[in-house]
Design a protein around this ligand. Sequence first.
Ligand code: SF4
Ligand code: ZN
Length: 709
Amino acid sequence: MSVLTDLIYGGSNAVAGLTEGAVNDAIAKYGADRKIVFPDTAYYFPTIYAATGVKVTTLGDLPACVGVLKSLISNKEDLGEALNAGLATAVGAEILEALKYVEGGDPYAKETGIGFVPDPIIRSLGVPLVTGDIPGVAVVLGKAAEASQVADVVKDYQSKGIMTFMIGDCIEQAAEQGVKMGLELRVVPLGHDVTSVIHVVTVAIRAALIFGNVQPGDLQGLLAYTKERVPAFVNTFGELNNVVVSAGAGAIALGFPVIVDVDLGENQVPGALESVTDHSMTVKHSLELRNIKIKVKELPIPVAFASAFEGEIIRKADMQVEFWSAKNTTCELVTMRELDQVEDHKITVVGPDIDSGETEYALATYIEVAGPKMQKDFEAVIERKIHAWFNYMEGVMHTGQRNQFRIRISKDAYEKGLRMKHFAEVLYVMIMDEFDAVVDKCQVTMVTDPVEAKRILDEEAMPAYNARDERLASMTDESVDHFYTCTLCQSFAPAHCCVVTPERLGLCGAVSWLDAKATKELNDAGPSQPISKEGCTDPIKGYYPDVDRMVNEASHGALEHVSLYSIMEDPMTSCGCFECICGIEPVSNGVVIVNREFAGMTPTGMTFGELASMTGGGVQTPGFMGHGRHFISSKKFMYAEGGVERIVWMPKELKDDVATKLNATAKELYGIDNFTDMIGDETICEDAESLLAFLQEKNHPVLGMDPLM
Ligand code: SF4
Ligand code: ZN
């Protein structure tokens, strides 16, 4: 037998033995009826569920799974067979990791790793993955000979926006070398046992179930999805043992190449298992194997610039200076000018720079752009990106927008030499990079002088914001000529297509009608294409011949009809990355809406994750619909079924967040005051009966409406 297959089978057999023993021990200790679940998932034991369709819920379900696991290990001298044994190792790892959760609580609380990754996090990764903001997923495992070897590789991935999951002692090695970790920083420690690698494997597997509409039990469909659509790869550090090798075989079976830092000589399998002993080549080679291309931006600034730093938090103790609207005048404005009024790449700082000794400053970020194809409507689209671009700078934190924001600059970034002109450079380079189709010239003025900042705020920014708000408010589905498709999510959800209208933004919450319009201008053949409104056949349900035609085309024939305003009849499909899910609540005849961040139970008896699993992957599920937060207060929300009056329950945070606008809509449409006071939340009721009692007490209008079904 070859060394390689020998190692794989050795590892798989060892894991099989361990798993069988652990399952038997657990049953002896807790009994076969003992419930066993991973936290916050609707996909049971995701690997077992996806591969076989079996829903494991109790310890008693596991011996049969161990049987399947063993049947995958043929011990035959054949690489394909050996890769199956690698899948057996994945199944074993899943069971061993699940057993850690048998007592309830968080077995990872005392670890540096996070263990199982809940469904909502996977859904939240959808948009950054499809936009290329996260260009790939790295799995880094083992213990490097020198801590700096692994730290350099991980920092390099971080600077490229790659999401890195870490397993083993390399976690401490990287931390010791100053790698900043956390989900928001795209470096995620999973755990120390090799088996914790399953927690990234199930991310890929659940992506297939959530976004790809892969049916549980369709193993070939699953393997094809992960191979083609999940841009992941594995880097191992240090000596390999047979368990690591057999886990690696499982990764290869899923289509993820494995790059090791020891010399495997003739045991290498080109494209699947390769040695790179020179660590300075690890990143480059790994990306090449997965065909991941990184657009490098040369920015003349003294700190790193990468999307991975977007979530970085700067605490007061680490802060050098702050611009905060609660204390000083602040505003951000992109404004359109004539071509001859803008001097390209002119950068000006008006007022003191941040080294003047103060810790707080006013700030007006004033950007003038010009170009024959520039439109007034695109000002806000560009302006909204300032938030992300400033956050991409390492050591800079930006929250808010317009005249309400807060920027902190860390001591570290200040000491590296970061000053106001660098902020302007970032804006210039990024605008010319992303909006080059409409912006020919751009000049940036950073104003810290309080008097001039106030002048810009009062004379230019506020009137501009007000004009935009008026334009947005007057923009209805009736007032425009075209809607737009968005098919960005097709890289994960191949049959999904959003229809974006002024009153219904994309379900991810990130694409408004104006964004889609700008996308069409920036990329003519891109994901947003205009849909004609001609020949509307049903204005109440929102049926348009061209919507049907475009969606049919975009879904490759999977969909015949889509209504824009009904959740019961041909509802719009979901990819999986929706901000909120709305589902019918049969007892009250209304709907509950849950946002991704809410981990609790709803009166439907289902959590966000469970409701979310009812739809997705580009299929239509009447009664369930993914949507953006802003859609909740739209006059077109469930228009065909009576509109927002159908809403009976939302988590409190969501309800408070949308209250002002939702109440205004309810007042305008139905004359109801303070409508959100009639809507239940988790502090009022968590089951259908107490919800109904609450609705009766409040005389909620849903009680007098026609049945939904
Ligand atoms: Fe994906 Fe729809 Fe958002 Fe486009 S609008 S990114 S298709 S969820
Ligand atoms: Zn999506």
